[in-house]
Write a protein that binds this ligand. Sequence first.
Ligand code: HEM
Length: 398
Amino acid sequence: MDLTPQQLSQYNGTDPSKPIYVAIKGVIYDVTTGKSFYGPGGAYAMFAGKDASRALAKMSKNEEDVTPNLDGLDEKQIGVLNDWVQKFQAKYPVVGRAGLSFNFYATSCPAAEFMVSNTVRSASSADPTIPGKLLRLLFHDCFVEGCDASVLLQGNGTERSDPANTSVGGFSVIDSAKRVLEIFCPGTVSCADIIALAARDAVAIAGGPEIAIPTGRRDGKVSSALNVRPNIVDTSFTMDEMLKLFNSKGLSLDDLVTLSGAHTIGVAHCNAFSDRFGQNSKGKLTLIDKSLDTSYAEELMKKCPAGVSSSTTVNNDPATSFAFDNQYYSNLLAHKGLFQSDSVLLEDGRTRKQVEAFANDQESFFRSWGESFLKLTTIEVKTDDEGEIRRSCSFATN
Ligand code: HEM
């Protein structure tokens, strides 16, 4: 069940014939058994019928903190919030998701999803590198300030201007979809939803699973390059570093293994994995990362010799480059993970089994993908009266 904030507010305990709901991080719990706390007159009555994430993180009962907005919370507060999630999970049944809803545009713009998928389909048939670009664009949007299209904003010092986003692409496809949507449904469909839908469609177009995702995200107004580095995973990260960052976004170790499967499509610039090679006295590249298969390493060094142009790319998945399938995991088993952060998934005892399972069973990868993708696309979303619906995806409206 998906409830908009307005629908959720009806489950605030004032109608005794209805259950009482509290949402945390977009997940709705039935807390009726805790009526003495959350019911009328209870110490936590102000949380009932609302997403109380910020208030719980701050241990605050102030009305203005009873929102899903996590902006500016520190690591300790996020930790407190995650403890609450665990407590609620152990104590109360989950009944749905708050904020977003499936088919959010059913009445306001019924053809919205169709228009996005049409745009992605025609762009991808003209340029097969588009699906990879759109999928990475989503990752970089959602990990920095949540899935709010902050990565699209242009200007000095925005996320988009950060070097970590230099090789991110797909912007023109989002702009095209937005242009069409502004003609048919002006001021209605957010850029954040377009990014999520476009990435979802990109996966399906490349042969991956077809997934329904909820919509209703609103566009953020904050976009700072300073937020990029601390929130984007670098290929040199250890497993613990990656896990810490994923956990801070509400994603688990399983989600990390599953979402890394995105590297079954798309490309990488030579400098993205050059740390796996060194140079001998004659300036020739040599393999220094012994976890890489030697013939694959030879191939990579041939494609990316010393002094190669900065625009040269190789396919992330050398075997089935444009197909969204489970080949990525077979590549890992064959020690052909392109980035060090890919190879780590095989080397670490905590994730190896999952890699083997996905390599052997595409269906189970696709099933997990559906779940993890849903989590990725709902990270810290803005809904209701937060943010805005931009008219142009590249610039905040006001
Ligand atoms: C787990 C940590 C991750 C690291 C360290 C990482 C790193 C990278 C790097 C360095 C590139 C190459 C960029 C370039 O040189 O152009 C890349 C490409 C890509 N990444 Fe990741 N990534 C990670 C996770 C993810 C996730 C979670 C997704 C999406 C769900 C994703 C989707 C992609 C896609 C689709 C490409 C290809 C982009 C293109 O074709 O333009 N990655 N990644």
